[in-house]
Design a protein around this ligand. Structure first.
Ligand code: NDP
Length: 502
């Protein structure tokens, strides 16, 4: 790790876009520094894709879709390519995990065991899925057969966030390609290392122009991409404010979209839960990935009957979390992605105290870590659900605990949120788990389990957490046009118009 880090510090990578099978020229572009949040040193220079370059990328994808072989490739051919990408990622797994850790500050233990295997698995999953996925046939209408089939939608703009750069962007790429589309990918300007490297390691697997890359800031490259008339849809994962701006720009062209946005997920711990499991999961849901997770279950509701014991155990464990260099084994929390994300943590710590919350742990920059954007894992006990720390997505290692007395009360509080991504329920009472799961207004409910993504199911949000679902059928809906073909199975009886003079 330190070898690669030193090498990047000595000679930062030069990153650009990738259009029609070639990395684009970098001269004359705006140059943006990409940093390692642990050392605060520059690890790459990003040559920003201009509007012209975005245009070239969309044109290449359009040409590949309209005239190239990919749109007409058989399922077997697409499976072959997807499986080859899966294998290419796994054969570079160590390097990709290191790059991801250097660029994001997420512990290597997590990028190695979760992010990169997940990125690869997306391709294998969709390769398998398209072999079984089908349409529908209806024969209820007398004399007719109605067929529902799914066709590729065209050129997909795929925009990913910085908190799981390769894993989340790979899911979009795999889904778009599996259903026969071509694409233009834009990673976050903060974390372009692994997605750009992906284009190098899969060179030659796909026909020219099927997968293109633009690199740059959201308000420059991202805006050019989502407002380009040549795209057919946008699949976006990121913040709710950005998602809303993109939706506004898509409305003009009546373009489709899928939006995976923010969350503020309730994690409800009833007195009859398996206590140790519930504490373990509350820690994991709040602090894994440095707490920078859309599906963080960091709005923790604790049954008053067990609150003293729960808060004591949770707080002791938060204070014992191992913070430091994410490359070292044993590190549980790395740095925030950048300076402004750490300031955001400070602001929420201040606002929590100002609004009457009690500090249980953390709340400050790490006194002994002067380099790197480190912030202490933080837990606060909030008097009500109205506090900003209970309503707004903080996106860092920050848990906001509240107490409750009964089931109806906690359901109402859990649903009192602009978001609706995930709900976590901890109880040993089956009937209660079913009642609460159906009452929660969230796209996913997890009962007695921490974070799980099962690609066979749809993942996405109610309310301001998004539009559409990612996963098998959800991705099919996202990346295809549904076509209805109705065929007469016998001559049709119909009124014969215009027969008066016949
Ligand atoms: P942002 O919304 O800031 O950015 C997401 C992506 O959009 C980045 O690539 C960004 O580029 C780009 N972008 C920014 N502005 C525009 C624009 N006007 N037009 C087009 N693209 C633009 O989100 P973050 O990267 O900060 O990610 C964190 C957010 O993502 C959190 O809210 C989190 O909840 C959400 N998220 C949701 C998930 C889900 O599945 N629901 C999963 C993971 C994260 P750049 O960074 O270069 O500016």
């Amino acid at each position: 790790m330190s070898d690669l880090r030193e090498q990047l510090n000595r000679t930062p990578l030069r990153l650009s876009g990738y259009v029609a099978d070639r990395f684009t020229a970098s001269s004359g572009s705006e140059e943006i520094g990409v940093f390692d949040p642990t050392t605060e040193k520059q690890v790459a220079t990003l040559f920003e894709s201009s509007a012209d370059e975005v245009d070239a990328a969309v044109s290449a994808a359009r040409m590949a879709f309209d005239k190239g072989p990919w749109g007409r490739a058989t399922v077997a051919e697409r499976q072959l390519a997807l499986n080859a990408i899966h294998d290419a990622i796994l054969s570079h797994a160590d390097e990709l995990a290191l790059l991801e850790t250097i660029n994001t500050g997420i512990p290597l233990a997590q990028t190695r065991t979760v992010h990169i295997p997940r990125a690869a698995y997306n391709f294998r999953f969709f390769a398998e899925y398209i072999n079984q996925a089908g349409g529908d046939v209806f024969t209820q209408e007398p004399g007719l057969m109605s067929l529902v089939t799914y066709e590729p939608i065209g050129v997909c703009a795929l925009i990913g966030p910085w908190n799981m750069p390769l894993g989340l962007t790979a899911m979009k790429i795999a889904g778009a390609l599996a259903f026969g589309n071509t694409c233009v990918v834009k990673p976050s300007e903060l974390t372009p290392l692994t997605v750009t490297r992906l284009f190098e390691i899969i060179e030659g697997i796909l026909p020219e122009g099927v997968m293109n890359l633009v690199n740059g800031r959201g308000h420059v490259t991202g805006t050019s991409l989502v407002s380009h008339p040549g795209i057919d849809m946008v699949s976006f994962t990121g913040g709710t404010v950005t998602g809303a701006a993109i939706l506004g720009s898509l409305a003009k062209g009546i373009k489709g979209s899928a939006m995976e946005l923010g969350g503020k997920s309730a994690n409800i711990v009833f007195a009859d839960s398996d206590f140790e499991q519930a504490v373990d999961a509350a820690l994991m849901s709040s602090f894994m990935n440095n707490g920078q997770m859309c599906l963080a279950g960091s709005r923790i509701f604790v049954d008053r009957k067990i609150s003293d014991r729960f808060i004591d155990s949770f707080t002791r464990r938060v204070k014992a979390l191992k913070i430091g260099d994410p490359a070292l084994s044993g590190t549980e929390i790395g740095p925030m992605i950048n300076h402004s994300q750490r300031e955001r943590m400070e602001r929420y710590a201040g606002s929590g105290l100002g609004e009457g919350a009690t500090l249980l742990a953390g709340g400050h920059r790490c006194a002994n870590l002067n380099t790197g954007f480190f912030f202490e894992p933080t837990a606060m006990l909030a008097p009500t659900n109205e506090l900003a720390i209970c309503q707004e997505e903080i996106f860092g290692p920050f848990a906001a605990l509240q107490l409750f007395d009964d089931e109806d009360e906690v359901i109402a509080k859990a649903n009192d949120s602009d978001f609706g991504l995930v709900g976590y329920v901890w109880t040993e009472d089956l009937n209660r788990s079913m009642r609460v799961a159906s009452a929660l207004r969230t796209g996913t409910v997890l009962v007695n389990t921490p974070i799980v993504r099962d690609l066979r199911t749809g993942f996405g949000g109610y309310k301001q957490s998004g539009l559409g679902r990612e996963g098998a059928k959800g991705s099919q809906a996202m990346f295809t046009e549904m076509k209805t073909t109705i065929i007469a199975r016998e001559p049709r009886k119909m009124p014969r118009m215009g027969m008066a003079g016949a």
